[in-house]
Design a binder for this molecule. Structure first.
Ligand SMILES: [Cu+2]
Length: 73
């Protein structure tokens, strides 16, 4: 089942950060799309919930240097 995870990644400041986050998340089996919005600092990960868990995605972002935070509001 396709799911999306939206988190805040306040450490993302430029295109390189976008690339690093995208690369880290897409390295996980089951992640199908990643978008990083540098204005809102929101990262949206589209994934197959049967193949990868939210915790694994969050761990991958943290390992890459961009610890995810809950989206406010
Ligand atoms: Cu950067």
């Amino acid at each position: 089942m396709t799911s999306t995870l939206t988190v805040r990644t306040p450490d993302a400041t430029c295109g390189n950060c976008q690339a690093h986050i995208t690369e880290a998340a897409e390295a996980l089996d089951g992640v199908t799309a990643v978008t990083v919005d540098l204005d809102t600092k929101h990262t949206v990960v589209t994934f197959d919930a049967d193949r990868v868990e939210v915790a694994a995605i969050e761990a991958a972002l943290t390992d890459a240097g961009y610890p995810p935070h809950p989206v406010e509001g």
